[in-house]
Design a protein around this ligand. Structure first.
Ligand code: SF4
Length: 329
């Protein structure tokens, strides 16, 4: 498939942040929309960005190409739900050319899984090898309560489709007090039993998401202590490029990650969002990429200490999405 944008992505020198670290990992939000309305992420009546404010698929392709030319080796598509963006496979197909040339090591995405029955095969065909699926509970009623609009069966079918297509799946689950706190052993055994890593995420509610401040804060220290009563957790050094800490679980032979999402995590994200807003102007100001390259370099020079660079434009909303906040590979 031809590239959406015929950008010259020959190396232009590595981007280095103010802490002297090369920027090799880029997360790009391709839409603010989602087919779920998770209680900790969105209100039921979300107002989404007007289309003109969103980067077009061509612009996203060009933007990613510009970062790849400056040394980004791993690209993660996020949302909202990335797979509900119309034409998303055109973008994936176009970005896949950087895998073919060797300029990019990994193209991946974080998804709620609902569209995987439709897209898993195509994703694998384009060279995607691993995906993260957000799933908090295996109880259909709780799943519906947490996601409001989601159906567990579809997500489970999506995970089946992904594994059948040869994709490696990692499950991300938000620890929610009174909702899934009794389920972690079952979730762990289920995930590891299917050869999937599990990462548990501690969410600190930061803003109004339509139901007042959430009373669902569950510290991971408690989650871990409870799991340690049933399982043998062995700390390991493994790092995936994200903020997660990992343990091996002796009984299951699988890997379990813990991520703590703090206010700072959101701050990085917001700065990324502001930078993204800045990048739209140079993208649209000229056909060439000199302005864009200069703006990217400038944005990186302002980057706070974080492990990656995030392009997302949802900063008007104080919502905290697992898609935005979770990495851990
Ligand atoms: S947490 Fe993810 S799946 Fe849930 S509403 Fe937000 S973007 Fe959608």
């Amino acid at each position: 498939m031809p590239a959406l944008y015929d950008y010259d992505s020959r190396p232009r020198g590595t981007l280095v942040d103010p802490f002297g670290r090369a920027i090799t990992y880029l997360r790009v939000s391709v839409t603010d929309r989602c087919d779920f309305r998770c209680v900790y992420c969105m209100s039921e009546n979300m107002a989404f960005l007007p289309k003109a404010d969103l980067l077009s698929l061509e612009e996203l392709d060009r933007l990613c190409g510009a970062f790849i030319a400056r040394g980004v080796r791993k690209l993660r598509l996020t949302g909202g739900e990335p797979l509900v963006r119309r034409g998303i496979m055109t973008l994936v197909a176009s970005l896949a050319r950087h895998l073919s040339t060797g300029a990019l090591d990994e193209l991946t995405l974080t998804t709620n899984g609902s569209q995987l029955p439709k897209y898993a095969g195509e994703l694998a065909g384009h060279g995607v090898r691993r995906i993260n699926v957000s799933l908090d509970t295996l109880d259909p009623d709780k799943f519906r309560a947490v996601t409001r609009w989601g159906e567990l069966d579809k997500v489970l079918a999506g995970i089946d489709a992904a594994q059948a297509a040869g994709l490696k799946v990692k499950i991300n689950a938000v620890a929610l007090k009174g909702i899934n706190e009794d389920e972690f052993p079952a979730l762990l055994e289920w995930a590891h039993g299917r050869g999937m890593e599990l990462t548990l995420i501690e969410v600190m509610p930061l803003g109004d998401v339509g139901e007042g401040r959430l009373d669902q804060y569950l510290p991971l220290s408690i989650v871990r202590a409870r799991l340690a009563e049933r399982f043998t957790l062995e700390d390991i050094d493994y790092r995936s490029g994200g903020p997660a800490r990992y343990v091996d679980v002796a009984e299951t032979g699988g890997r379990l990650g813990f991520v703590r999402v703090t206010c700072m995590g959101t701050l990085y994200m917001c700065l990324g969002q502001e930078d993204a807003a800045d990048l739209r102007s140079p993208l649209r100001a000229s056909e060439g990429n000199d302005l864009l390259d200069a703006e990217i370099a400038e944005a990186i020079s302002r980057k706070p200490k974080g492990h990656d660079f995030i392009i997302d434009r949802r900063h008007q909303r104080p919502a905290l999405s697992r898609h935005m906040s979770v990495t851990g590979g």
